[in-house]
Design a protein around this ligand. Structure first.
Ligand SMILES: [Zn+2]
Length: 155
């Protein structure tokens, strides 16, 4: 399918925006636990520059929120309690949590926090933050990789 002029312009704007902010993105990633750093390393390696332009900022927001949950909620059961709570209660439990969350961003942040407490080594293999919207293959998820297919005995 041919890109429209608007699509091309939007893609160019994402690239410029990324290049302007990539230093601060990398610094934010470096402050995260190693498992999250590994997650970004994997997505960057698989998706290259295009992944960074299209998805890194969104992924970074979600992972940053997941790290806030981990810092404020010391156990997996606290994360589960947060998940069951109202927006008002959530703000009390994690005052630093972003005020503007879509259902997708908070659900993805909670899933990452739960995973981290269960098995941090799986953080790089968890679905990308935008998978529900763009699909695993396009996002470069581990589950859509050849390595994962081999692990499942499919090849
Ligand atoms: Zn996925």
């Amino acid at each position: 399918m041919m890109d429209t002029t608007d699509d091309k312009q939007a893609a160019e704007e994402r690239k410029i925006h990324y290049n302007k902010n990539k230093g601060s993105y990398s610094r934010r990633i470096k402050r995260m636990p190693k498992a999250f750093q590994d997650r970004f390393e994997r997505f960057r390696k698989v998706g290259g520059r295009q992944w960074r332009y299209d998805y890194e900022e969104y992924e970074l927001y979600v992972c940053g929120e997941a790290c806030k949950l981990l810092a404020a909620l010391p156990t997996a059961s606290e994360v589960a309690r947060f998940q069951q709570s109202s927006a008002e209660e959530r703000e009390k439990m994690v005052p630093s949590i972003g005020p503007v969350h879509s259902g997708n961003t908070i659900a993805a942040a909670i899933a990452l926090a739960v995973c981290y407490y269960a098995e941090p080594a799986l953080i790089p293999r968890m679905h990308g933050a935008l998978c529900p919207l763009v699909g695993c293959e396009k996002y470069g998820c581990y589950g859509a990789s050849d390595a994962a297919a081999r692990e499942r005995g499919e090849t």
